[in-house]
Design a protein. Sequence first.
Length: 591
Amino acid sequence: MQRSAALTSRAQNSAGPKKFNMKSFLKLIRSINPHYWELAVGLGLGLVATAGQLLVPTLAKSLINQLGHAINNTMVVTILILFIGSALVSAVSGAALGIFGEDVVAKLREKLWAKLLVLPVTYFDTTKSGETTSRLVNDSTQVKDLLANSVPQMVTSLFQLVGALALMLMMDWRMTAIMFAVVPLFILIFMPVATQSRKIAFARQDNLAAFSSEASDVLGAVRLVKSSNAEALEGQTGQQRIHRLYKLGIKEAVYDAIAQPITTTLMMGMIVGVLAYGASRVATGSMNMGTLFAFLMYLTQLIGPFATLGQFFSATAKASGSTARINELLNEPEEARQGTPLTDISGETLAMQNVNFAYEADTPVLKNVSFTAAPGQVIAFAGPSGGGKSTIISLLERFYTPDSGRIMIGGQNIADVDVAAWREKIGLVGQDATIMAGTIRYNLTYGAKQTYTDEQLWQVLDMAYAKDFVQAMPAGLDTEVGERGVKVSGGQRQRLAIARAFLRDPQLLILDEATASLDAESEMMVQKALNKLMYGRTTIVIAHRLSTIVNADRIYFIENGTVTGSGTHQALVASHPVYRQYVQDQFGQVA
């Protein structure tokens, strides 16, 4: 029920564009505790540079009025110092803001990455990895751009706008009034464009995340694509996504293109109006040439702020969606990890008691399942595919929590023990034998808290019958296995997984279809290694091939999420018709 609610909540939260929420944005920024002093330095220096630029037209006014008379060399030097000094201060300001922005994006990504690693498996069941990656990379960049670029530029632009207006009013209020009479018209025309631009930006971010997710899925399964001759299908699907992004990109480009000419046209209109009105004032002697020249310089300075304020609306639109999605991710419930410390469980009995579980409401997967595994016993699960066998393993690993019932180790409910401590006691060898990109050494010691010598690594490889093929590799333990272990065969991956389990020395061993997809020779080698690994350990086995579990201490037969029979192999053959049929199908006769 909670899983369905979480999925519904995510769907509702991601539907449609959202207005920029400054409170949420500031809360997000405060949560990462950035170096505010870098922002203050960058913003302060930006205001200083802007102030210097505002003084130039006023000084130039006096200089122009002195033409034909003795030139004030001090004023010329002062203007040059203001020009050069403002440029240098502006460069330092930009560097400080750039450093601040990188600090923000790094801390935000660290926070998101740390959050992702403690989310429960249920989150990843309902969220594509590409969308999650987009939150981590693209959305964090949008937040950084708003805070480190757009906001400081908006502040300095407002300062420049207000400062220029004040200085122009002091020079000539009539000329200033004519200039700024067009501002309400500018707002009236530009705001609808900005609103629509915000909606398009949000939709583009949404589609970009979806496209990134699909591309990641397809490229990650490129062997399946090629073996299925699905290049044309995936090409068509990708083109549809790209075309949707293309259409949204065109809309965004059109609205951005509209905004720029509107700003430029209005500014040019003001310049023409000022020139015409100023020229008539100069002709009548009510204004001097220096004042007209200063007004034109201020007009030039105002073009940038108006354009920046327009771009600020677009930046807030992009950041609004990014902030909402990041906060949505950060608000996801985390995996319950803290609990009672756990030490030695080798002498404890593992028991599942009346467990019920469903991935989705009203679709039960396990119904009143119970089993007991005494210390050192081998307990096996058999039955048709989809019966719930692998779900039992997921519950034992605490990837999911039972909807009702308990899983006990000794006298403790595993739901109450520390997750990390519990998983340290478990060695899992699955059908896929997942291998990480990296070296053999990296994969053997993956997640280990202690350091191992080469001698120890070769020893476990030898125990897993993997030493020979690793020694034959170009760099031995330091050989790269490629993404998802593509440079090693299925049997080799299984034996590396077994070697890793030997290194962990688990007290509870879980084998999930560990030999299901292997050829006969690889299966023989892997089974020999598994027999070594199983010795003296409590072992839970899931297998379709009954030959691997005929010697189990107890076999539980599961159909449609229910245990329909249990006992030794011989007992089930005698008492369970479906199990007996399984044996006949696989062995050709009742074994």
